[in-house]
Design a binder for this molecule. Structure first.
Ligand SMILES: Nc1ncnc2c1ncn2[C@@H]1O[C@H](COP(=O)(O)OP(=O)(O)OP(=O)(O)O)[C@@H](O)[C@H]1O
Ligand SMILES: [Mg+2]
Length: 448
């Protein structure tokens, strides 16, 4: 990368000499003759590197450094000083200068120090990109509720440990997302994140997938294959739905966790790996243990850091935030320009019980964004079940005798249910106006 250098020296000859040397070395440079000029220039644009003289009329180099630091904390500053003022140079470094050069400056010395700076800047840029990526990956996980904040805290505090994390939670609560967040926040982020879904494969394949196999180990083993444990070396192995792992494999897994080594199927060579395990389960493992379907000792080995994700219904305050996030996501994916969700629809979303949790919310928003013909999503953009769930809540029991008022409430709600919450059609069937239905719903506190 071509870096920019601002040269500040009140001696015209020195200045010219420096610019010539720097240009020859391939830097993009600009010369000024005073601290004041340097600041003006710095306010106009940024420079990667500043090369400044110490002794100048008016503003000296030390003052310039502290002023530049206030504008730009990233620029690398190099101070030039004549022999005898080394003490000041040390002060400059304390103020944040990167290094100092003794005058007269030799072209070789200058080039050498600048190539060192360039190397450092390359590394810095690379790091910045990496950090930004990582933040993105983590920040895509949304939540401001107290429980989610404590989940985020836990992710950060356990990321760098090698201890196994056991993530539990109902379907669609974000277990896999948390596993990835842990990996990408950890110091293993640049290593692999390898996933194995224990429920998706037949028993015989799970073993081959986990440990790999040698050519000829079984009929279909046409060539040697590395297993997920090997592939995850220096990274994270994500064992999804661990409750479904066959019992005989559970004991093999236990050994790998304890000894960090194993053999490929059909091989006697022991392979050791450095792998961090993250497992998930949406089943109650204690019940599995009681039923003899899961080894208790394995459970304890896996459950070192338990992390439970609450159901979406229990953190309804996250719903508006998540909904907004998914609107943005699917706007982008589908080049749509939906601006938001109106109050009524949002109310509906917050009241619904979300058996499919965040995944269900995401799917509904995706569908709404894709099919909507309006700017702002309304109740009509969401399936009627959302409203019906609430209708059910307000439904009286039909019995004789019962008050006429209760009976008509039953009739109205049942009819609405039959027409999937469509008020116009329900009103038509009941022989009343849509307005009357709306009024009745308001009375039952089932409006939005
Ligand atoms: N906090 C969150 N912020 C943003 N998106 C989320 C969040 N939680 C979950 N999601 C999204 O919801 C979907 C389901 O999440 P994920 O696959 O992690 O759930 P899961 O618990 O592993 O589900 P299952 O048990 O069904 O495997 C994903 O598309 C994910 O991006
Ligand atoms: Mg999952």
């Amino acid at each position: 990368m071509k870096y920019s250098v601002l040269v500040v020296d009140d001696d015209r000859l020195v200045n010219e000499f420096l610019i010539e040397t720097l240009e020859r070395a391939g830097y993009d440079c600009h010369a000024v003759y005073s601290g004041e000029e340097a600041l003006t220039e710095f306010n106009r644009r940024t420079y990667d590197i500043v090369l400044t003289d110490l002794k100048m009329k008016a503003m000296d180099g030390i003052t310039l450094i502290s002023k530049i630091r206030k504008i730009d904390t990233d620029a690398v500053i190099i101070m030039m000083t004549a022999y005898g003022t080394v003490e000041t140079a040390v002060k400059a470094i304390k103020l944040g200068a990167y290094d100092f050069l003794l005058k007269p400056v030799m072209p070789e010395t200058l080039e050498h120090i600048l190539s060192r700076v360039a190397e450092m800047l390359d590394l810095r840029t690379e790091n910045k990109i990496l950090r930004r990526d990582m933040a993105d990956r983590f920040q895509n996980m949304i939540g401001k509720s107290k429980v989610m904040k404590s989940v985020f805290d836990l992710i950060c505090s356990v990321a760098n440990a090698r201890s196994t994390v056991m993530i539990t939670g109902a379907s669609g609560t974000g277990k896999e997302m948390v596993a990835r967040a842990i990996h990408y926040t950890s110091n293993r982020a640049e290593g692999p994140f390898i996933k194995l879904n224990c429920a998706a494969l037949p028993e015989s394949l799970v073993e081959a997938e986990l440990f790999g196999y040698e050519k000829g180990a079984f009929t279909d083993a046409k060539k040697t294959n590395r297993g997920r444990f090997e592939l995850a070396d220096c990274g994270t192995l994500f064992l999804d739905e661990i409750s479904e792992m066959p019992l005989n494999l559970q004991s093999k897994l236990l050994r790998v966790i304890q000894e960090r080594e194993f053999e490929r199927i059909g091989s006697s060579t022991t392979i050791s790996v450095d792998v961090r395990l993250i497992a998930t389960s949406n089943r109650n493992l204690k019940e599995y243990i009681a039923a003899g379907k899961f080894r208790e000792d394995l459970f304890f080995r896996l459950n070192v850091i338990p992390l439970h994700l609450p159901e979406l219904e229990e953190r309804a305050e996250d719903i508006p935030l998540l909904a907004r996030h998914f609107v943005d996501k699917y706007n982008k994916e589908n080049e749509k320009q939906v601006k938001g969700i109106d109050k009524g629809a949002l109310h509906l979303l917050m009241k619904y019980h979300w058996p499919g949790n965040v995944r269900e919310l995401e799917n509904l928003i995706e569908r709404a964004v894709v099919t909507s013909k309006v700017d702002v999503l309304t109740e009509d953009d969401f399936p009627a079940e959302l409203a019906i769930g609430r209708i059910g809540e307000g439904m009286p029991k039909l019995q004789i005798p019962m008050k006429l008022e209760e009976g008509s409430r039953y009739l109205i709600l049942k009819t609405l249910e039959k027409f999937n919450g469509n008020k116009t059609r329900a009103a038509e069937a009941l022989g009343i106006t849509t307005r009357t239905i709306r009024n009745k719903l308001a009375e039952y506190e089932l409006d939005n």
